[in-house]
Design a binder for this molecule. Structure first.
Ligand code: C2E
Ligand code: MG
Ligand code: MG
Ligand code: MG
Length: 290
């Protein structure tokens, strides 16, 4: 009967829910231990300057090698945020990334490092001092650090955001808006905030050039950034078509599988030895000079 079906589907629903709750609980517990057990590792994805094809730096991306295998950030970062564990994890990320940038700057003096911030870290009193302390500890000049925030962090409280960004900018770090174009905020904040870079969300790139709309969004972001005097990083750059379009419209930096996936330290160093992107895809692209 309908009743049985309802009951069954309800208990199925309950079962799925409780599986999820259990998974979340155990993930949270595993996360708690992961910090102490050193189960985290940073991977580094090269950022390429579109003018000359040179590697200008990297984005640090967190990887968790749990007992049960690799857990992707999209699965554990939300839990780390809900449990507050993102604070110690985020601190570890920031210090680790800055120390690595310091090492790489011995060989590549211009090298710069992008680090993702999560909403919980975006606290007025705490963050600028923390960043200053970490830069000092890592002996990294502030201009070598780019902090990536998302639109969601801005709309919460624009005045507060202006203050936090000002004090971060006063240190000398660069600020970028990650996943730009996916948020729901009004664009008016762009003129009020001290910003350096817009990062075009990868979901738009994936539909370029097949979707006219997504292509137009990408071109609009590039035009908007130019009029506001901001640099642009395109992420999710996977094809030669992407590169050509972005190059023709004077995008500043590209980041994506076209150049390289995020790499562990040793592999990143191997990549850096060429200083220029020489992956199978890039070879033969004329604008990668010499
Ligand atoms: P994100 O900051 O937007 O990072 C870019 C993501 O796009 C990375 O995913 C990267 O591996 C992926 N990606 C780069 N190029 C391509 C491409 O050409 N094709 C495709 N399909 N993907 C590409 P990842 O490493 O899985 O990270 C996902 C998200 O997790 C990040 O998005 C960021 O929001 C968050 N995240 C990663 N590390 C950290 C961290 O240390 N702290 C915080 N708060 N969030 C982090
Ligand atoms: Mg990012
Ligand atoms: Mg992004
Ligand atoms: Mg993201």
């Amino acid at each position: 009967s309908i009743k049985d079906i309802r009951r069954n589907s309800f208990s199925y629903y309950e079962q799925v829910m409780s599986d999820r709750v259990i998974e979340r609980m155990s993930l949270a517990e595993m996360l708690r231990e992961a910090v102490d057990n050193g189960e985290f590792e940073l991977y580094y994805q090269p950022k390429i300057n579109l003018k000359d094809g040179m590697v200008v730096g990297a984005e640090a991306l967190l990887r968790w090698h749990s007992r049960d295998g690799m857990v992707p950030p999209d699965r554990f970062i939300p839990i780390a945020e809900q449990t507050g564990l993102i604070l110690p994890i985020g601190e570890w990320v920031l210090l680790q990334a800055c120390e690595q940038a310091h090492i790489w700057r011995q060989e590549y003096p211009e090298f710069h490092m992008g680090v993702n911030l999560s909403p919980a870290q975006f606290d007025l009193d705490y963050l600028p001092r923390l960043v200053a302390d970490i830069l000092k500890e890592a002996q990294l000049p502030a201009e070598a650090l780019e902090l990536e925030i998302t639109e969601g962090m801005i709309i919460e409280d624009i005045d507060n955001t202006v203050q936090i960004l000002r004090s971060l900018r006063d240190l000398g770090v660069e600020i970028s808006i990650d996943d730009f174009g996916t948020g729901y905020s009004s664009l008016s904040y762009l003129t009020r905030l001290p910003l350096d870079i817009l990062k075009i969300d990868r979901s738009f790139m994936f539909e370029v050039p097949d979707s006219r709309d997504s292509t137009n969004v990408v071109l609009s972001i590039l035009a908007l950034a130019r009029s506001l005097n901001l640099k642009v990083t395109a992420e999710g750059v996977e094809t030669e078509d992407h590169v050509t379009l972005l190059h023709d419209h004077r995008c500043t930096y590209i980041q994506g599988y076209f150049c390289s996936r995020p790499l562990p330290v040793a592999e990143f160093e191997e990549f850096m030895r060429h200083r220029q992107c020489r992956c199978a895809n890039c070879e033969g692209i004329t604008w990668f000079s010499q």
